[in-house]
Design a protein around this ligand. Structure first.
Ligand code: ADP
Ligand code: MG
Length: 572
């Protein structure tokens, strides 16, 4: 639980105040039965009405103070637990923002959401519970036993045996419920994931009409959650009536034994009445203790899940700051396999270099490792072997922040956010003027923006649902251009454009007057051939590197691609 020590020290004072209130309240509660026994034994039993008033007034006062303490601890408990829950969620979110790509692959987003909402709520509930009843239950329980023993030792032997039985029941219930609660939370993750996947693929589901499959999938996850819920609840459902039964039997035995002892003058009516009240208090506190343990068990499961998030690797692993780079890039014998993959390297022993201001095209079939090169360059993952150098510096010696500041990427799947077109382009550089935004859009051949109803102020729905794939790509390219960084990577970013538009975009990007290192990942020879250098990838390995003419002469893979794409299309 050491992940909470930070919060505990932050809220130490209100926390301890609450504990003090609860303890005082428990003492007030404890005194009541003894005071009552005095009213009966000294007042009513001996017919002295003044004693009844005296002890009665005392009892009223004690009850009043008890109520005041109860209100105070409740206020403190809800404020502190809610604040701590908010702190915890904030820290988790902060952690998730800086997740390394490896961590993103590790925990599903559905599960991250359950952890941020459900698991933190569980912790909040536990903290609230501790502050309200944590001290009260043990004090009431132990206090009742002690005071009852003082009142009448013989009768209290019954209490001891009942408490022993109940303690065993509590231990059994804890042992049984922990694994069940862990499974319950996993089942909850699954429900979230199913809903999330559906929402991401909603168009596809509609297009394929696979509603039934989706609802079956949900139904499975949902009924699994229900069963796990029932199984976890079942334990309490069985244990808590057993406890009530044990205490009920105890109370009957106390009254019976008490009356026998009364006959031989070893107990008086006041004691017996007080005993039944103590028994009730013991029952209450035992139920509270089981509740605490139950919440504790659930919280332990939640804590393990929250801790897993905190233990995930973050992104900003340090490294030197670099302000301005030129854009020389070199891969030296780079080998890399995805940590979540099968272990087969996505890139094998790869070496190539590109100088500042040059353009490099990377061509190759799907799955040949082209995008992986881009992610490695952005340090989304670190290489397993070899080195990647920017301006001669190993990128592992540079802070991730400074690497990414200097590289703009236009990813394979354009990511747009709900907002205006201009806002989406400005994502690349939030200080850009309107002219700069327009210029970037022009370079990306995004002239369709002018024809939209509100031009650059047109609103894009979430993920850009209201524009076409090619339009999305051009907005995404404009964003990359606007960033105006020394290195620009386009990962298959023109795949949805027609050949003429693509050629114009390409010419704008490979323009020698823009001193930028441009890496164009593509599957089209017609695009690659205009770059200064071409890297041909095949199955994670370098199949060729050089200019278009060199490759046509020396590289078989490239020749094949060229033939099928250029000459093949001519024959048709
Ligand atoms: P390309 O961009 O050339 O189509 P990629 O670089 O995306 O190819 O993928 C190269 C290989 O790495 C593929 O075999 C792919 O299955 C694998 N791969 C890509 N991304 C991941 C990932 N996040 N986790 C595991 N394996 C991956
Ligand atoms: Mg790719």
């Amino acid at each position: 639980m050491n992940i909470y020590s930070k919060y505990f020290s932050k809220y130490k004072f209100p926390f301890l105040s609450a504990v003090f209130c609860v303890a005082s309240e428990a003492i007030c509660d404890l005194l009541t039965p003894t005071l009552m026994s005095n009213i009966i034994n000294m007042g009513i039993g001996q017919g002295q009405i003044s004693k009844v008033y005296y002890w009665g007034a005392l009892m009223l006062m004690v009850t009043f103070f008890g109520a005041c303490f109860a209100v105070a601890r409740n206020i403190l408990a809800s404020r502190v637990s809610q604040r701590m829950g908010a702190d915890l969620r904030y820290d988790l979110f902060e952690k998730i923002i800086y997740f390394s790509e490896q961590s993103v692959d590790k925990i599903e987003s559905g599960s991250l959401i359950t952890r941020m909402t459900n698991d933190t709520a569980q912790v909040t509930l536990f903290v609230n519970g501790i502050m309200r009843i944590f001290m009260k239950a043990p004090i009431t329980c132990v206090g009742s036993i002690v005071l009852a023993s003082l009142l009448n030792f013989r009768l209290s032997l019954i209490i001891y045996s009942i408490v022993a039985v109940v303690a065993i029941l509590i231990i059994i219930s804890m042992k049984l419920s922990y694994p069940r609660y862990s499974m319950l939370q996993k089942a909850m993750d699954k429900v979230n994931s199913v809903v999330q996947e559906y929402l991401i693929g909603v168009r596809l589901v509609k297009a394929f009409g696979t509603y039934e499959q989706e609802s079956d999938k949900f139904e499975d996850a949902n009924s699994n959650l229900m069963q796990k819920g029932i199984s976890a609840q079942m334990i309490i459902t069985l244990i808590s009536p057993l406890m009530t039964l044990a205490v009920g039997i105890g109370t009957i035995v106390v009254i019976y034994a008490g009356s026998r002892l009364f006959v031989i003058n070893l107990a008086n009516p006041g004691d017996i009445t007080a005993f039944t009240v103590y028994m009730a208090q013991i029952l209450m506190s035992l139920i509270m203790i089981t509740n605490i343990f139950n919440t504790f068990v659930r919280t332990k499961a939640s804590t393990a899940r929250i801790k897993e998030v905190f233990d995930c690797e973050g992104d900003f692993a340090g490294g030197g700051e670099i302000k301005e780079i030129k854009g020389d890039i070199e891969f030296e014998n780079v080998t890399f396999a995805y940590p979540s993959g099968s272990g087969v390297p996505a890139v094998k022993d790869l070496s190539f270099s590109v100088k500042s201001g040059e353009s490099l095209a990377i061509i190759g079939p799907t799955g040949s490792g082209k995008s992986t090169i881009a992610w490695l360059l952005l340090r989304f993952y670190d290489v397993n072997r070899g080195r990647i150098l920017i301006d001669g510096n190993d990128i592992r010696d540079l802070s991730i922040d400074s690497v990414r500041r200097n590289i703009a990427i236009v990813p394979q799947n354009p990511m747009l956010f709900s907002g205006t077109v201009a806002e989406n382009i400005r994502w690349g550089n939030k200080n850009a003027t309107d002219e700069m935004v327009q210029q970037a859009a022009e370079m990306a051949q995004a002239d369709f923006i002018g024809r939209m109803q509100d031009g650059f102020e047109s609103f894009l729905g979430s993920a850009g649902v209201n524009i076409s794939g090619g339009q999305k790509q051009r907005i995404s390219i404009a964003r990359g251009i606007l960033k105006n960084s020394p290195v620009l990577i386009l990962d298959d970013a023109t795949s949805a454009l027609d050949a003429i538009t693509e050629a114009k975009v390409r010419d704008n990007l490979i323009d020698k007057t823009r001193k930028q290192t441009v890496i164009i990942i593509t599957q089209r020879c017609g695009t690659a051939m205009f770059a200064d250098r071409i890297l041909v990838m095949d199955n994670g390995e370098k199949a060729g590197f050089g200019t278009h003419d060199q490759l046509l002469r020396d590289c078989e893979v490239y020749r094949d691609i060229y033939k099928t794409q250029i000459e093949g299309s001519r024959e048709v």
